[in-house]
Design a protein around this ligand. Structure first.
Ligand SMILES: Nc1nc2c(ncn2[C@@H]2O[C@H](COP(=O)(O)OP(=O)(O)O)[C@@H](O)[C@H]2O)c(=O)[nH]1
Ligand SMILES: [Mg+2]
Length: 724
């Protein structure tokens, strides 16, 4: 930097110094500065100031001398006085700003802003704008940093490489890696031909490009090698932040020879004992506990780099003890997002999974690419704990209700309430299959009562629910009319009559005083292949309610393509399915074997694994048997069916209900998380759009300001000519 005294030697002052007999001190001070003896120069400068207090020349000599002697505090003092004496000098403000920045003096920013505003000292103004940008980058305010760059005048031919480098760094700070890589790449790694060295900043370029490339290093070995070389170059050139960058690279290096080279490099710089590097090498060798211990030790010494390294270790390796150590010793160094992660991990361990959602929902994870995935996996673990934990249902249901409310999903609220209510109720078994398979006959055999309407003609396009009540009766629910309450034997007649009147039957509820209905309710469904499509629609609606499906196949024509298609849909729902072959009375033993084999093969092809062995029986004979015909019961093979139903359905109703509730809750969780993801995506896009809009506005404003300045300058020049 040009010494200030040279540029501040004005005639009037020189005269005064001569008159006061201080010329000897002035000459001596300059000479001592030239000879590299700043402390002697400082004495002479102070001698001048003792006689002529506030002399700009004396102050300039004092400032030059104290800066050369690394006395930054004194330099700030001298420069502050000097700036007061010659406030129009951009170069003085710049020097003051930089010296103040070095000692962390808050007046640095204001001084640099004054320098940046200096109209007639373009080089100082430019330097100050770059420094202000660096200052904001250092505190992570990328958008303000970019605004200083917008104020730089457009480059006269060629590119403004110093500004471009900072643009890349701003992009890095925003997480716009592609943009950063593109700019840094365009700057090239070669040392530029033009400009003073500190404006070419080769180390900083290498660091910026290495940072931009690093995230893709995991997947791309070429990018990895380049990023590593660049990080090494930045480190050798002592670019700011390059130690941390290299430590990151070291920690992720598994190749032993490369690691040995890196170790030699770090040892050469005398930094092997630096906690960040000790930890990085330990991590590279898979000694995570050692790495954490080294960083925790360094925390004791008040090392800020160790705080950052420990946080990085915690997030990279999802290391809860590292977070805990930070929370214990440096709570201020633990940002809100990671703090929530720690609390959530602890809640999970303490068996309070519901708290995990409370802690993580609405936590400030904005843009923290390393925090969000960890939070997601904690949520997942918590959901699993809620599903599987004993007595977890109240907490799970509460959590689901809260989320559904937060996202305004009213239909989910209803479904969740239904799950909650389901807990005390019997399970629901839906009997499905093609029309005429014998579903209704099967249900009647189960009940031991001939109540469900059977027959060769398709009946109503509605579900018939069979449930427990102390007295037998049927409720027929008709649209826009009063319910009909009829005895069991009156059902067929009532349905036929309502059908004839064209009434719309919404639901049929059959009640019977049969003990096992307290545990398992039955849905009788219309067939899938009935001519009226409403029948198949009603049958499918049973899948929403069912905890278990009993699939009835007519053994005289089992596993047709139409059946296979619907069974495939059922398989995808993950509801337990029992498969029964009906009407065996119409088959020979040999035929039955063939049909059973064909059915098994068909199910295997679909990928449906039945919940129990496939049994064959005759519903018609079983019903006759239950109504008193002992011989029919004997030949119906009903006994095996009863035994199987007791063992896998009635006795395990709780288990089936639990399974079904989990399935339904899981579906809601999926739905809700899709909503959350979508919302997060639109939010992210919106803020990107807003950023872009703000950027455009800022640029337009900068252009306007520049044009206004130019216009003013032109006007002034014009009027000056006129005045002459
Ligand atoms: N031969 C024979 N016929 C049966 C058997 N089960 C039901 N059926 C008859 O098949 C027809 C349709 O029965 P249904 O229970 O109404 O079938 P759904 O449409 O599946 O409800 C009726 O005529 C029944 O009597 C059986 O095991 N053997
Ligand atoms: Mg039927």
């Amino acid at each position: 930097m040009v010494p200030l005294f040279e540029s501040l030697s004005r005639l009037a002052e020189r005269v005064e110094i001569l008159a006061r007999g201080l010329e000897g001190d002035r000459r001596a001070a300059e000479l001592m500065l030239e000879r590299g003896r700043p402390l002697d120069a400082r004495e002479h400068a102070r001698a001048i100031l003792a006689k002529v207090p506030g002399s700009p020349l004396g102050l300039a000599l004092w400032a030059d001398a104290s800066e050369a002697a690394w006395l930054d505090h004194e330099a700030v003092q001298a420069l502050t006085e000097l700036a007061r004496a010659v406030p129009w000098r951009g170069d003085v403000w710049l020097r003051l700003g930089r010296a103040a920045w070095r000692i962390g003096d808050p007046q640095a920013r204001e001084a640099l802003e004054r320098a940046a505003a200096a109209q007639d000292d373009k080089p100082s103004s430019r330097r100050a704008l770059l420094d202000l940008c660096d200052m904001d980058l250092a505190v992570g305010d990328a958008s303000r940093a970019a605004r200083w760059l917008d104020r730089l005048p457009p480059p006269l031919g060629g590119r403004d490489e110093a500004a471009l480098l900072r643009r890349a760094e701003c992009a890095l700070a925003r997480g716009a890696l592609d943009e950063a890589a593109e700019i840094a790449e365009s700057l090239g790694e070669a040392l530029g031909e033009e400009g003073p060295l500190d404006e070419r900043e080769p180390g900083r370029r290498a660091a910026a490009l290495a940072r931009a490339l690093w995230p893709s290093a995991e997947a791309d070995p070429l990018a990895r090698r380049r990023a590593m070389e660049l990080a090494v170059r930045a480190f050798v050139l002592e670019a700011p932040g390059s130690r941390e960058l290299l430590a990151t690279v070291v920690a992720a290096t598994t190749d032993a020879p490369v690691l040995a080279d890196l170790r030699a490099l770090v040892a050469g710089a005398g930094l092997l004992d630096d906690p960040a590097f000790t930890a990085a090498f330990a991590l590279a060798e898979g000694r995570r506990d050692d790495a954490r211990a080294a960083l925790v030790r360094a925390l004791g010494g008040g090392d800020h780099a160790a705080e950052r390294a420990l946080l990085r270790l915690a997030l990279d390796a999802r290391d809860v003890p590292a977070l805990a150590a930070l929370a214990d010793r440096r709570p201020a160094a633990l940002p809100e997002g990671p703090k929530r992660l720690l609390q959530a991990s602890r809640s999970l361990k303490a068996g309070e999974p519901a708290k995990v959602f409370e802690l993580l929902d609405g936590a400030p994870f904005d843009g923290a690419a390393d925090v969000e995935p960890w939070a997601d996996s904690l949520r997942e673990e918590a959901a699993r704990a809620l599903f599987e934990g004993p007595g977890g249902w109240p907490a799970l249901i509460e959590m689901l209700l809260r989320e559904a409310r937060a996202f305004g999903k009213v239909e989910d609220l209803v479904k969740i309430e239904a799950i909650a209510a389901e807990r005390g109720k019997p399970i629901v078994a839906a009997v499905v299959g093609e029309f005429n398979a014998g579903k209704s006959t099967f249900i009647n055999a189960l009940l031991g009562v001939d109540v469900a309407p059977t027959g060769i003609l398709p009946t109503t396009a509605t579900l018939h629910r069979v449930a427990f009540a102390p007295d037998p009766f049927v409720r027929v629910i008709v649209r826009s009319a009063a319910d009909r309450i009829v005895p069991h034997e009156g059902l067929k007649g009532t349905l036929a009559k309502l059908h004839g009147e064209g009434a719309h039957i919404e639901r049929v509820q059959i009640y019977a005083p049969i003990e096992r209905l307290r545990w398992v309710e039955i849905l009788d469904t219309p067939g899938f292949n009935a001519p009226d499509p409403e029948h198949a629609k009603a049958a499918k609606s049973a899948f929403d309610e069912a905890d278990l499906v009993v699939w009835l196949l007519d053994a005289t024509g089992a596993m047709k393509a139409s059946e296979a298609a619907i069974l495939k849909e059922v398989a995808a729902l993950e509801i337990p399915v029992l498969v029964l072959l009906n009407k065996v009375d119409r088959l020979s033993e040999a035929d039955l074997e063939r049909v059973a084999a064909h059915t098994k093969a068909g199910l295997a092809e679909i990928g449906l694994v039945p919940h129990a062995d496939i049994l064959a029986f005759s519903a018609k004979r079983a019903l006759a048997g239950r109504l008193g015909d002992a011989a029919a019961l004997e030949s119906s093979r009903w006994g095996a069916v009863e035994t199987m139903l007791s063992a896998v359905v009635v006795d395990r109703a709780d288990e089936l209900r639990e399974r079904s509730m989990r399935r339904k809750a899981g579906r809601i969780v999926e739905e809700l998380s899709a909503v959350v993801r979508e919302q997060a995506a639109t939010d992210a896009q919106r803020s990107a759009e807003e950023r872009a809009r703000a950027d455009t506005l800022r640029k337009a404003a900068a252009t306007l300001a520049r044009e206004a300045e130019e216009a003013a300058a032109w006007l002034e020049a014009a009027t000056e000519i006129e005045r002459r």
